[in-house]
Write a protein that binds this ligand. Sequence first.
Ligand SMILES: [Zn+2]
Ligand SMILES: [Zn+2]
Length: 479
Amino acid sequence: MDSPQRRRRPSPEPSTCWGIPPPNHAVSVPDVGSAGAFIRAHLAAASPLPPITVRNWMKEVIWFNVFVVTATPLLSIYGLCTTVFRPKTAMLCVAYYLWNMLGITAGYHRLWSHRSYNARLPLQYFLAVAGVGAVQGSIRWWSRHHRAHHRYTDTDLDPYGAHLGLWWSHLGWMLVKPRIKLAPVDIKDLQNNVVVRWQHRWFFPLTFVFGLVLPASIAGWFWDDWRGGIFFAGFLRLTCVHHSVFCVNSLAHWLGETTFDDKHSPRDHLLTAIITLGEGYHNFHHQFPMDYRNAVKWYQWDPTKWFIAFCSYTGLASHLRKFPDVEIQRSLLTMQLKTLNEKRNSIPWPVPSDELPVINWQSFQSEAHQRPLVLISGFIHDVGEFMDQHPGGRKLLETHVGKDATSSFFGGVYDHSNAAHNLLATMRVGALQGGLELLHETAVPPCSKLQIVRWSPSAVERGAVVQKSAVVQTCVMDH
Ligand SMILES: [Zn+2]
Ligand SMILES: [Zn+2]
């Protein structure tokens, strides 16, 4: 389907040669350099069409697109109710579906929208014709929208922004006139491509022939199933192709994991990958869009990747682009650390040593007469609630009350496990003044030795202060 080129919209506000309103414009232009400044400036200058209401919706609908997406499933259902679905026609449907899908996934998407590999002319024509049979607009129209989708993901400049809901991203955006003029994207390479130009020029006759006439004729000529050819190989196959591809915009931004980044909505999921011939690892794809793969693991479902690799083997494709593995691992690890940090924050931890009160030896001794306090590694522990649960018995603990039990805990009497050390740290009630053991490795429970540190501007400031004081100390020592 194609979008109408001529659009009636309110006369534009005065703007500079960059299309951005002058400083005294009613809509404020954000500071240069702030996040999304270009997007907000473009939106301010875009003069969007009015919201769709009960009064104006008839004028705002693109009736041709509505006709195509409603007529094809209705005619498919009519065919299923009135026509025998013959096995040969069923096989043709599957084969033609796969060809169309490859035209979109390996052609429209990974070759022309993202230039993730180079294709020789025969392969380009093969994919251009396969894609035209999917009846989803020309390569040029489709790729232009898709590049805008990647550049402005989840903003109002995203033609099928997932932030506007599943229905909008799946189908709604095609059924009404675009509310905002398509934001600038570079398509010079597409304008210079001979196959893209040829397909765009002859789009409507080509899409009629390869979208309906050819599949219907194959079934009609070869096994005399004209009705099956039209209803099943034509309309039913087309309905399936449409909604499979539409799922990349909707389901792939809604269902699954944010494996490599959670800044935007794209997600990875096997189900979407199965429906879309491998485009379901969409979180990876949005992070590494010029990679010819969507799935990086050998066991993940990505037939489009396998097809491109096969074409490379035969010499029809070359220069298959891959992002460096180290970049992929970095993104993956970032998200894994984030998940671990969230898990870590969901359970209680020992009180940090710098938040404990500092207690001198005399206070420790007198307090130990009131409650069972034990000194280990410079920290004072209240073991009252643990006395009866101590595997070594209550008596053993009682003999250490008011004393330094560091050597007994770390092997003198029993070499305690990491879990015991972690548990002990939760009983800390104070730090002994002058307790030099605080600097020792045993002062840190195993659960606190490896931690995720979150970056923040204040942390950087603190780091700078620490560094500065370290420099001062060094200077003093030098003198
Ligand atoms: Zn996407
Ligand atoms: Zn893409």
